[in-house]
Design a protein. Structure first.
Length: 240
């Protein structure tokens, strides 16, 4: 089946020639730059240049695969694209950061980077329609879904907090307060990174057991109420 957009553009866009190569590289640059700008505007670890370079690399790899296949009739050359995908996956995984608060940072950016390189691969292969559909979905996921995701997380019955107490002796007071509020502690883990800081720091998994809290209170409101306790140095939701 011929790509619909390629049909509209003409026969030149379907083969490997100077014009199709320039068009695909420029197309890859523009789409990846849009995604990169969206990530950069939100101060994520991988930004404009990273997305452009990764997409261009996969576009050129796909072009090379197509050129070698057309000239040698050897489909084994598509292993170059497969190797490129694996390489990008490794780079994406290595870009993940684990903060001192036991939070994984950059997971969405890494996944977006990997997806963007796949889009670069489809551009290089000449599948323009698939490219535009995938690009639109990716941009929508990165730009529009975070608000919905925050809302759903803020209304869920489970959340984790990063808690800094002025002294470890206050932990029992905190646990008692949590229970009185209609909350349940599922897990408490001390953070050894703060061992010599003078603070007692914990990662705490909490579930909401009170039906009233489930119905009327968000995580943000619960945490704001806990923040008023004078023995708490700092408290925030993890992964927010």
């Amino acid at each position: 089946m011929t790509d619909p957009i390629a049909n509209l553009l003409g026969a030149w866009s379907q083969g490997i020639n100077l014009y199709s190569i320039l068009f695909r590289i420029l197309f890859s640059f523009v789409l990846s730059a849009i995604i990169g700008c969206e990530r950069s505007s939100k101060r994520h670890s991988a930004g404009l240049r990273t997305f452009i370079l990764m997409s261009l690399a996969m576009t050129v790899t796909a072009l090379l695969d197509s050129y070698l296949t057309f000239n040698t009739a050897n489909t084994d050359f598509f292993l170059l694209s497969a190797a490129g995908i694996i390489g990008v996956a490794v780079i994406s995984v290595n870009s993940l950061l684990v903060s001192s608060r036991s939070q994984i940072k950059g997971l969405t950016t890494a996944a977006g980077l990997w997806t963007c390189t796949i889009i670069g691969l489809t551009i290089g292969a000449g599948y323009y329609t698939v490219t535009l559909i995938a690009f639109a979905v990716l941009l929508f996921c990165l730009a529009q879904l975070p608000a919905l995701e925050r809302y759903l997380k803020n209304r869920s019955n489970y959340f984790e907090i990063h808690l800094e107490l002025k002294n470890s002796s206050y932990l029992q007071n905190f646990v008692s307060t949590i229970r009185r509020l209609g909350l349940k502690i599922d897990d408490i883990e001390a953070n050894p990174a703060y061992a010599n800081s003078g603070l007692s720091v914990y990662s705490i998994a909490i579930s909401i057991s009170s039906q009233e809290l489930k119905k009327y209170k968000t995580h943000t409101e619960i945490i704001e109420a806990l923040r008023s306790l004078d023995y708490i140095s700092h408290i925030e939701e993890m992964g927010s």
